[in-house]
Design a protein. Structure first.
Length: 95
């Protein structure tokens, strides 16, 4: 379930002014925080880079999302092609 945030028209040029916010489950958020040595819990968001995508993931309580999966918004994907999508780089976590 990805929700389109909309576009803003500046000088007749449609642009998206956000990377958007992706989704992940609490279990994966806690695993990411633990790997980074972050001791405060629970984590509610993380700034990430994965493959050709970047942005923020927010914790959601969605049973259709696996504990080890993430959902990316289309605006988070910056590069297309044969990119390794198995390595998740967590830049920062927040509680």
């Amino acid at each position: 379930m990805l929700i389109f945030a909309g576009r803003f028209n500046l000088n007749n040029c449609p642009s998206t002014f956000t990377d958007g916010v992706g989704q992940f489950r609490q279990r994966l958020a806690d695993d990411c925080a633990a790997l980074m040595g972050y001791r405060y819990a629970p984590v509610s968001a993380a700034q990430i880079r994965i493959g050709g995508a970047k942005g923020v993931l927010a914790v959601v309580q969605d049973e259709t999302l696996n504990d080890k999966e993430i959902r990316l918004r289309p605006s988070m994907i910056k590069l297309q092609g044969n990119i390794n999508m198995t390595v998740l780089n967590v830049i920062k976590v927040r509680n």
